[in-house]
Design a protein around this ligand. Structure first.
Ligand code: ATP
Ligand code: MG
Ligand code: MG
Ligand code: MG
Length: 477
């Protein structure tokens, strides 16, 4: 007989039909009630066993974590919180999980403990909820772009350009690192490498995406990117996924409109399609918050927070206005927001960003028109000659979630900038070609997928929203 998923069964009417379901035991109470989960939903199906009908050998293999195939009759449930349950007639044990050895027992494990068990932590309610939301968000992202006439473009992972990621790139080489071929000057001779030059793992698909936007109009990449940043924060990974739309004929305003609409749309998708998981994650957070002092508790529950994002405009503020606000703000007495910002031109630190979002505006903020000298070479210079058409989107509890800009479309201005920064113009010949042949205003942004997942799930650490986090010293499997 065809088996059903737990999700399907839970939505069925108890018409006394025979059903089969495969899954893993979450709990087995009183030798009678199996809570079975197959990953299709956060909810378990209750399977009621008359133990007189089963051998001791089968019953002793029904442990938390065991994989079972259960056949029985779908009946109305007497218990609370579920409509249906299975009156079990047959049990097949695919595989047992020895309770003495299996680490994921039905108790609350710390996230730190579970990080050590990255291959098994997905069997907990918390991680399965997070990863289902992650999967739904990825779908919503593709759907949004498809509905808005974007083409999905695959940027290369191995790249020869390093204009953007000075110092933050992972090198890719087929040379023997212990004994590499050398040039006459004693440098590593990458000409003998498989790629014939020094190559890196990409830090962003943007420059390549620009080439596609200048022919397909609206494109996006959604793929892994890599940064060898040796920082141990709760917001940075060495391998993360980035969503990068790039649009011909879009200026900065159109870019900001798109980014805001996009984020609202995908958050709205999970609000509509991941209700059970979000409710579970919200409850988990509320329980966690109970142990915190009142002042540190969040003033909105998770689902309310997500709805707030969808229903309210993001606040658009120029860098210059932001600096004014920061200068005029009295440093908060609590340590959290102590800072000084004296000079126009300084890069904002995360405490400045958090102050603007969490204390001053109390909503997502789009900061735009940054000083040229703190932003990348390709950003469109404003008429003031000092600022560029850059934008960062800052989110409560997360900080920067998006970085984007209108790109410099004028060849002469771009060349001046490249020269001033000492970038080798020959390395970028292909990028400069875009400004020689049919150049036009264009814009795009990069959104860190894991930061979006962090926000949507209310989790506190980026290591807990990606299956196998890559951080310094952490790549066991
Ligand atoms: P941050 O200031 O947080 O280090 P950034 O300005 O270096 O970020 P960008 O180069 O602007 O990052 O990249 C675009 C987006 O990618 C960021 O807004 C962020 O959402 C995400 N991102 C950047 N670095 C990381 C990282 N190491 N891990 C996860 N996401 C990241
Ligand atoms: Mg960074
Ligand atoms: Mg930044
Ligand atoms: Mg940035």
């Amino acid at each position: 007989m065809k088996s059903s998923s737990v999700k399907e069964l839970l939505s069925m009417a108890p018409k006394l039909q025979e059903v089969t379901v495969n899954g893993w035991v979450r709990t087995f109470r009183s030798n009678r009630f199996i809570a079975l989960n197959d990953g299709s939903t956060i909810n378990n199906i209750q399977c009621v066993v008359d133990f007189e009908n089963f051998s001791e050998d089968v019953l002793k293999q029904i442990n938390t974590g065991s994989a079972l195939k259960i056949t029985g009759t779908l009946v109305e449930s007497q218990g609370k919180g579920q409509n249906v349950e299975i009156q079990v007639t047959d049990i097949f044990v695919h595989g047992n999980a020895d309770p003495e050895l299996y680490p994921i027992q039905p108790k609350k494990h710390s996230l730190e403990f579970l990080r050590e068990k990255a291959h098994l932590r997905i069997r907990t309610n918390t991680f399965s909820a997070v990863m289902r939301v992650r999967s739904a968000l990825a779908f919503a992202i593709h759907q949004y772009f498809r509905q808005n006439d974007f083409h999905y473009f695959h940027a290369p992972i191995i790249t020869g350009s390093d204009a953007e990621g000075a110092g933050e790139m992972f090198k890719v080489s087929t040379l023997d690192s212990k004994n590499p071929p050398l040039t006459d000057d004693g440098e590593v001779n990458y000409k003998e490498d498989f790629f014939g030059k020094e190559t890196n793992l990409t830090v962003s698909g943007q420059l390549e995406a620009e080439t596609y936007a200048m022919a397909l109009g609206k494109v996006y990449t959604f793929g892994p990117t890599f940064r060898a940043e040796n920082s141990n924060t709760s917001r940075h990974l060495a391998e993360f996924w980035m969503i990068e739309p790039e649009m011909a004929f879009y200026d900065l305003d159109a870019n900001m409109d798109l980014a805001e609409d996009f984020i609202k749309n995908v958050i709205n998708y999970v609000l509509e399609h991941c209700q059970d998981d979000l409710q579970f994650l919200e409850k988990r957070l509320l329980d966690e918050e109970k142990s915190k002092p009142q002042a540190e508790r969040s003033d909105m529950a998770l689902i309310e927070k997500l709805k707030f994002i969808c229903e309210n405009n993001f606040r658009r503020v120029s860098y210059t206005e932001a600096i004014e606000i920061l200068r005029n703000s009295k440093p908060n007495k609590k340590k959290k927001f102590q800072f000084t910002i004296d000079e126009w031109g300084a890069d904002l630190q995360s405490e400045h960003e958090r102050y603007l979002v969490e204390k001053h505006f109390k909503c997502p903020v789009i900061l735009f028109d940054y000083p040229a000298n703190i932003k990348a070479f390709y950003m469109r210079l404003n008429e003031d000659g000092k600022t560029v058409r850059a934008m960062d989107i800052l989110f409560p509890g997360i900080g920067e979630i998006v970085g984007g800009s209108q790109r410099e479309e004028r060849l002469d201005v771009l060349l001046d900038k490249i020269k001033a920064l000492g970038i080798d113009e020959k390395e970028l010949w292909w990028y400069l070609d875009l400004r020689k042949f049919g150049s036009a205003v264009h814009s795009g942004f990069g959104l860190g997928f894991e930061r979006l997942v962090l926000f949507a799930t209310g989790m506190g650490n980026i290591r807990d929203v990606i299956p196998f986090p890559r951080t310094p010293q952490n790549a066991e499997f």
